[in-house]
Design a protein around this ligand. Structure first.
Ligand SMILES: CC(=O)N[C@H]1[C@@H](OP(=O)(O)OP(=O)(O)OC[C@H]2O[C@@H](n3ccc(=O)[nH]c3=O)[C@H](O)[C@@H]2O)O[C@H](CO)[C@@H](O)[C@@H]1O
Ligand SMILES: C=C(OP(=O)(O)O)C(=O)O
Length: 430
């Protein structure tokens, strides 16, 4: 298995191009199943999750073409993928594929909406909590889908098509909102989603669906209204920039010091995290090229954080922020409210000499003067990048094992960081 080796202690200086968002690209690719015409997606990041989803879609009979680079694109700033679901032959999504990536379960929505049946294995994904799919099933049932769970598969049937309904989510769920939204586009009549997720990735999906002929309004608010249509057509859509990648590199610069322009980043997608970074003592300036992040040698201040659905502080930046707080002045209390088991990075950060104590759903991080490089193990996607952030600031050498987690969600990580002066390299498995 590949490893990543980092020699810490160098400030980051330069420019980092922000890739298309993994968490927007995945539902957009899945939405291609809603139409028999071609969906052209631009700025799709080159990531393991994208490759796996192409295989899953291919298994249903979706053809895809990856086109060459566009002018101005570098090898780490996106690809264009044409998806053609005109000849879907299989509405079954097997365990072998779905168990490897959580979002692949969402194919259930376009399959049931367009073909009236689907059989999808219960999902797997990052080990950050139990992550049930009860709310996704509730939403589909509200739309008239009959569901049975047999031998680990969700068997969905709606031979007469879907019927618009009111769907009230008892808690905010991104996956539930994506699934309800996609399914409702082809339902008969009006669907109202109450307490919908307001994440920018939901808005990106709704924008693309509208280009495909759907009638969705209110995305980005907690009430989304969908007027069902009988069919959707092909469209061209550009994937939004990745707000989690943006926040991750902003925290890396905060950690090492330096001056980096995050090219193409959009501040409105992560304002709560940028506000926290300002409180910590980082200089953040948005301009028409992106977001410039600077920190001189001044000590980082410790700040308390609680994760929340958008527009709150994202859970997907919690581990990275914890890495940053390991070197702040004082103690920071970081509370995780979205996933019950998202503290796997704590024991790995301790290997660098960090002082972190768990207290229920919170971690108390007492800043230390120096971190020391160590061998560490990536446990999930965002946890693994928190180890990269710690390694960049640690004295000496760090080696990160199980980097396949990183490859799920960070395009060209080593190239982007080393161009800004980091000493980071991938040691390929023999
Ligand atoms: C591919 C993708 O976009 N993944 C993101 C998505 O995950 P995902 O869409 O899986 O996260 P959700 O917003 O659905 O989950 C939020 C909470 O609701 C719970 N829940 C969810 C569905 C359900 O049927 N029942 C239930 O109880 C979950 O266990 C969790 O505690 O949003 C999360 C929250 O911003 C992010 O951390 C993930 O990176
Ligand atoms: C948790 C994540 O992904 P997934 O929902 O696919 O597990 C993530 O992107 O941080």
């Amino acid at each position: 298995m590949d490893r990543i080796r980092i020699k810490g202690g160098r400030p980051l200086e330069g420019r980092i191009p922000i890739s298309g968002a993994k968490n927007a690209a995945l539902p957009l690719m899945i939405a291609s199943l809603l139409t028999g015409e071609t969906l052209e997606l631009r700025n799709v990041p080159r990531l393991a999750d994208v490759g796996l989803l192409l295989r899953i879609l291919g298994n249903h009979g979706v053809d895809h073409t990856v086109t060459g680079k566009r002018p101005g694109q570098t090898s780490e700033t996106g690809q264009t993928i044409l998806l053609d679901a005109s000849s879907v032959i299989d509405t079954r999504a097997p365990y072998e594929l779905v168990s490897r990536m959580r979002a692949s379960f969402w194919v259930i929505a376009p399959l049931i909406a367009r073909f009236g049946e689907a059989s999808v294995s219960l999902p797997g994904g990052c080990a950050i909590g139990t992550r049930p799919v009860d709310l996704l099933i509730m939403a589909l049932e509200r739309l008239g889908v009959s569901i049975e769970i047999e031998s680990g598969y969700v068997q969905a049937k709606a031979p007469k098509g879907l019927k618009g309904a009111e769907i009230v989510f008892p808690k905010v769920t991104v996956s539930g909102t994506h699934v309800a939204l996609m399914a409702a586009t082809l339902a008969d009549g009006e669907t109202v989603i109450e307490n919908a997720a307001r994440e920018p990735e939901v808005v990106d999906l709704a924008d693309c669906l509208n280009k495909m002929g759907a009638r969705v309004s209110g995305a980005g608010t907690s009430r989304i209204v969908i007027q069902g249509v009988s069919r959707l057509r092909g469209a061209t859509h550009t994937v939004m920039p990745d707000r989690i990648e943006t926040g991750t590199y902003a925290m890396a610069v905060a950690m090492t010091g330096g001056d980096v322009l995050l090219e193409g980043a959009r501040p409105e997608y992560l304002q709560s995290a940028l506000d926290i970074l300002s409180e910590v003592g980082v200089d953040i300036q948005a301009n028409n090229e992106g977001i410039r992040v600077r920190r001189n040698g001044a000590k980082l201040r410790s700040v308390d954080v609680t994760t929340d659905p958008f527009p709150g502080f994202p859970t997907d930046l919690q581990a990275q922020f914890m890495a940053l707080m390991t070197r702040a002045d004082g103690t920071s209390r970081i509370r995780e409210t979205i996933f019950e088991n998202r503290f796997m990075h704590v024991q790995e950060l301790a290997r660098f000499g960090a002082h972190i104590r768990l207290d229920g759903d919170a971690a108390l991080v007492e800043g230390v003067e120096t971190l020391t490089g160590a061998p560490v193990m990536a446990t999930d996607l965002r946890a693994s990048v928190s180890l990269v952030i710690a390694g960049l600031a640690a004295e000496g050498e760090t080696e990160i094992h199980r980097v396949y987690h990183l490859d799920r969600g960070f395009e060209a990580l080593e190239a982007k960081l080393s161009r800004c002066g980091a000493e980071i390299e991938r040691l390929r498995a023999a």
